[in-house]
Design a protein around this ligand. Structure first.
Ligand SMILES: Nc1ncnc2c1ncn2[C@@H]1O[C@H](COP(=O)(O)OP(=O)(O)OP(=O)(O)O)[C@@H](O)[C@H]1O
Ligand SMILES: Cc1ncc(COP(=O)(O)O)c(N)n1
Length: 268
C-alpha cells in the first residue's frame, strides 16, 4: 500500500480548532498520513489566545529534518510562524530537504485579535518563504498586509492576487471569508483566475477555517492532485465543516472536521 505523506509546520492550538490540531485532523479525514513540526505552543480556547511560547529554532529544525530524512514528505504546509528567524529557518530546512508542494497559510492575527506574527517579521515571509511556495492562501486582512492595499471587492481581490503572485509564489488563493455575501475565493495561476463559491453560513464557529482549508489543499497535493482540483476539494471540505457546526465553547468554536467524510459517505 502506498500512502501519501503530509507535514504541517505550525503552532499548537490547545483548543484543537486551529493550528497543528486542525491540520492533522484534516489530513486524516482526507486519507493522508500526517506529521507535524511545532513552531510554538499556544494556550488557547474558543475565547482567545492566553499564552504563546515559541520553540527554539533548533527544535523546529530537528523536527523537520527528522521526518523528511526518514519518512519522507509529499506536501508541506506552514501555519503560525511568529518571528522572522523562525520563517528563515523553516524556509532553509524546506529547501535543504527538497520538500515539494509547499502551501503557505500566512497566519498573522488570530480570530480573537491576538497577533501570531510579529509586525516587523511580515517582510521575512515575502523574502524567504513566498518564492518557495506552490500555493499561498491569504485571507483578506493578510492580503491587505502583503500588498499594502485595501480590499473590499472581488476586483480588488484579483488585483491583490496578481500583486502577491509577483513575489514568486506559483498559485495564489485569496479567500473571501471576510467579505459580505457568498463565501467566494479566487485562484490565480499567473495567467487566469478561477472562482470558488459557496453560500455563506451564518455562524460564529469559524475558528481555524483558514488552517483547515490550507491543510485540505496540502492533503490533495500530497495525493498528486492539480492545484485547481486541490482547491476544489478543499472548498468542499471547509464548506461542510462550517455548515455542520459542533457548537463547542463559549466563543468562536471549531469547525467540524468529520462533516466532509460524513457527506461523502451519504453520497455512496
Ligand atoms: N461563514 C462562512 N460560510 C461559508 N464559508 C466560509 C465562511 N467563512 C469563511 N468561509 C470560507 O472558509 C475558507 C477560509 O476562509 P477565511 O477567510 O475564513 O480564512 P481565515 O480568515 O484565514 O481563517 P482563520 O483565520 O479562522 O484560520 C474560505 O474558503 C472561505 O470562503
Ligand atoms: C496555533 C494557531 N494557528 C493558527 C490560528 C489562526 O486561526 P484563527 O484565525 O481561526 O484563530 C490560531 N488561532 N492558532
Amino acid at each position: 500500500m502506498t500512502v501519501s505523506r503530509a507535514l504541517t509546520i505550525a503552532g499548537s492550538d490547545s483548543g484543537g480548532g486551529a493550528g497543528i490540531q486542525a491540520d492533522l485532523k484534516t489530513f486524516t479525514v482526507l486519507g493522508v498520513y500526517g506529521m507535524s513540526a511545532l513552531t510554538a505552543i499556544t494556550a488557547q480556547n474558543t475565547l482567545g489566545v492566553h499564552g504563546i511560547y515559541n520553540l527554539p529554532l533548533e527544535a523546529i529544525e530537528q523536527q523537520i529534518d527528522a521526518v523528511a530524512t526518514d519518512i519522507g514528505v509529499d506536501a508541506v504546509k506552514t501555519g503560525m510562524l511568529s518571528q522572522a528567524p523562525i520563517i528563515e529557518r523553516v524556509a532553509e530546512r524546506i529547501k535543504a530537504n527538497n520538500i515539494p508542494n509547499l502551501v503557505v497559510d500566512p497566519v498573522m492575527v488570530a480570530k480573537g485579535g491576538a497577533r501570531l506574527l510579529e509586525q516587523d517579521s511580515q517582510q521575512a515571509l515575502i523574502r524567504h518563504l513566498l518564492p518557495l511556495a506552490t500555493v499561498i492562501t491569504p485571507n483578506l486582512p493578510e492580503a491587505e498586509v502583503l500588498t499594502g492595499r485595501t480590499i473590499t471587492t472581488v476586483e480588488e481581490m484579483k488585483e491583490a492576487a496578481r500583486h502577491i503572485h509577483s513575489f514568486g509564489t506559483r498559485y495564489v488563493v485569496v479567500k473571501g471569508g471576510h467579505l459580505d455575501g457568498d463565501a467566494l475565493d479566487i485562484l490565480f495561476d499567473g495567467e487566469t483566475f478561477a472562482e470558488f463559491v459557496a453560500p455563506r453560513h451564518e455562524t460564529k464557529h469559524t475558528h481555524g477555517t483558514g488552517c483547515t482549508f490550507s491543510a485540505a489543499i496540502t492533503s490533495e497535493l500530497a495525493k498528486g492532485a492539480s492545484v485547481h482540483d486541490a482547491v476544489t476539494t478543499a472548498k468542499h471540505f471547509i464548506t461542510c465543516a462550517i455548515q455542520d457546526t459542533l457548537g463547542l465553547g463559549q466563543g468562536h468554536g471549531p469547525t467540524n472536521h468529520w462533516a466532509y467524510g460524513k457527506r461523502q459517505h451519504q453520497l455512496i
